[in-house]
Ligand binder design. Structure first.
Ligand code: ADP
Ligand code: MG
Length: 327
């Protein structure tokens, strides 16, 4: 069963950033209002995520780390050749199979917190009582210590940190109501308080995207045909060095969807005669039934039921906004 996890881990755990993504999602799923991240060496040595969510009940703890078996693969060597396998609901198991993982957790009103740890593929989860405030702390140490093939693909500390930081930023811009902090090698990188009005949101935006973006950005909020598009678009004069500042969320979920990207680019190109590096943080909201956000859990693709309408709405909305402010 441990083998199955290492295979699944290949899909879901590519680098420290993927661990952080899964752990942050778990904390948000648990209703956390504050999430503290502490990492060392770009996340390879340590990733610690502490949240104030609902915690995990003692009896559910072994289950949370539990594994699904697969009959498809029998030897570890095949690991690299497996293209895709189901892995949903296996993030913790997958991560723990390629790291030294420990978890401490406590529920509201319980006498004691509980900790569990597992290490690599040989160990069972071991439970022990521990003092912990309501919430959960997951510690992931020595990522890929037992899978040298995977460790080989890790890049420099700085590169891994940048990937990881990008994941944190994406989450921070998807949940303004949640506080996020990030420390790297003891240094404070982000300290974002929960924001519940536009002013506080823009403060967070400035902290995450840089004050230059915020100074240039235009706030928009349009609604039509059951679709709502809101957020911030940078004016065309905005510095081109911020090429990667393109955040698009569909129903709160970060996406990097072809249809969406095309609609945005098209609007910029149409108004400004070039589509170079538009910078934006945009939120599309629509009826959940009109979109499938689970096409692929890591590739950020979505499938709209009526893609044409969505494309037109995004295009027209941005087109109008940009045309109005055209220099
Ligand atoms: P999934 O999130 O798909 O259910 P995971 O392996 O990521 O699978 O997590 C397994 C389970 O462990 C979750 O369903 C949840 O019950 C529990 N869990 C994990 N992280 C947390 C957390 N931070 N707070 C509360 N429960 C958690
Ligand atoms: Mg999960």
């Amino acid at each position: 069963p441990r083998l199955a996890n290492q295979i699944a881990a290949g899909e879901v755990v590519e680098r420290p950033a993927s661990v952080v993504k899964e752990l942050l999602e778990n904390s948000l799923d648990a209703g956390a209002r504050r999430i503290e991240l502490e990492i060392e060496d770009g996340g390879v040595k340590l990733i610690r995520v502490r949240d104030d969510g609902e915690g995990i009940a003692h009896d559910d703890l072994p289950l949370a780390l539990s594994r699904h078996a697969t009959s498809k693969i029998s030897v570890l060597e095949d690991l690299e050749s497996v293209a895709s396998l189901g892995f949903r609901g296996e993030a913790l198991a997958s991560i723990s199979s390629v790291s030294r993982l420990s978890l401490s957790t406590a529920r509201e009103g319980s006498d004691s917190g509980w900790s569990a740890r597992s290490e690599g593929r040989d160990m069972e989860a071991v439970l022990a009582p521990v003092a912990h405030p309501r919430g959960t702390t997951v510690e992931v140490r020595d990522l890929f210590f037992n899978t040298p093939a995977r460790r080989k693909f890790l890049r420099t500390e700085k590169t891994e940190f940048n990937h990881l930081d990008e994941v944190v930023k994406r989450q921070a811009l998807s949940r303004y109501d949640v506080g996020f902090s990030l420390r790297h090698n003891g240094r404070a990188i982000h300290s974002l308080k929960p924001a519940d009005n536009q002013l506080e949101q823009e403060r967070r935006l400035a902290a995450v995207c840089g004050p230059a973006f915020m100074e240039q950005a235009l706030y928009i909020d349009r609604e039509a045909m059951g679709l709502r598009l809101w957020g911030w678009v940078a004016l065309p004069s905005f510095s081109r060095s911020q090429a990667d500042l393109q955040h698009f969320y569909v129903n709160g979920r970060y996406v990097r969807d072809r249809l969406v990207v095309h609609a945005v680019r098209q609007a910029y190109r149409d108004v400004l005669f070039h589509g170079r590096h538009p910078a934006f943080v945009l939120y599309l909201e629509l009826a959940p039934a009109s979109v499938d956000v689970n096409v692929h859990p890591t590739k950020h693709e979505v499938r709209f039921r009526d893609g044409r309408t969505v494309h037109d709405f995004i295009f027209r909305t941005l087109h109008k906004v940009l045309a109005d402010v055209r220099p």
